[in-house]
Ligand binder design. Structure first.
Ligand code: PEP
Length: 248
């Protein structure tokens, strides 16, 4: 049984004060205990949000990290720094980081290994552009991203990794992949994991869909057999909507 996971990616939104207001709104609601709820806040709010969610089942995630433990990398945050705060997850290789900050499959692979070694779980983002989809290359692109991301990662780590399939054309655009297209691509990613590892890892790996997920479409997506959760941007910034997503 794969535990469903709904993760909110707040991106570069919310000061500490706003983050605490949002988390208060979420935590006072009854949240489905069978769903793992994660909030991925900006670095600056991690420590305060960690304090605020104490005693709840809400998990904490960062949105990025460097792979080295320390060093001359001005402006970067190390996995040890995140571990010290007590993060449970870190988003790795989000398309915005690939697009605007030159993140590559190689750095994604290094970051996944580093997160696992440090002791928290990576949420690894993959997904194709509209151009790639229209050229019939979605599977080829996503397969290469998965193979490169998982290079030299042993099969016994698969239970500690979440993949987020996020077609870039559906992020923040209001366009959602149809639930059957999303399920097909998540199934294709699952099959790829089965090819890299074995049937066991194929069944274990948790795969989220991301791209304009909102209260009105979450149920249909979550009913699909290959979709184990959602990575959510816009709708995670409104407490009432995020709670609806967790309680789909
Ligand atoms: C995201 O940022 O990962 C995302 C899926 O954003 P949105 O839900 O706003 O499309």
């Amino acid at each position: 049984m794969r535990t469903p996971i709904i993760a909110g990616n707040w991106k570069m939104n919310n000061t500490i004060k706003e983050a605490l207001e949002l988390i208060e709104e979420i935590k006072i609601q009854n949240l489905n205990e069978n769903v793992e709820a994660v909030v991925c806040t900006p670095f600056t709010a991690l420590k305060d949000v960690k304090e605020a969610i104490k005693g709840t089942d809400i998990k904490l995630g960062a949105q990025n990290m460097h792979w080295e433990e320390s060093g001359a990398y001005t402006g970067e945050i190390s996995p040890m720094m995140l571990k010290e705060i007590g993060v449970d997850y870190c988003i790795i290789g989000h398309s915005e980081r690939r697009q605007y900050f030159n993140e590559t499959d190689e750095t994604v692979n290094k970051k996944i290994k580093s997160a696992l070694e440090t002791g928290f779980l990576p949420i690894v983002c993959v997904g194709e552009t509209l151009e790639e989809r229209e050229a019939g290359k979605a599977e080829e692109i996503v397969k290469a991203q998965v193979i490169n991301a998982f290079k030299d990662i042993p099969g016994n780590k698969i239970a500690d990794i979440v993949i987020a399939y996020e077609p870039i054309w559906a992020i923040g655009t209001g366009k959602t992949a149809s639930s059957s297209d999303a399920d097909d691509m998540c199934g294709f990613i699952r099959k790829t994991i089965g090819e890299i590892y074995s049937e066991n890892e194929k069944e274990i790996i948790r795969i989220q869909y991301g791209g304009s997920v909102k209260p009105s479409n979450v149920k249909e997506l979550m009913e699909k057999s290959n979709i184990d959760g959602a990575l959510v941007g816009g709708a995670s910034l409104k407490g009432t909507d995020f709670v609806k997503l967790i309680n789909f």
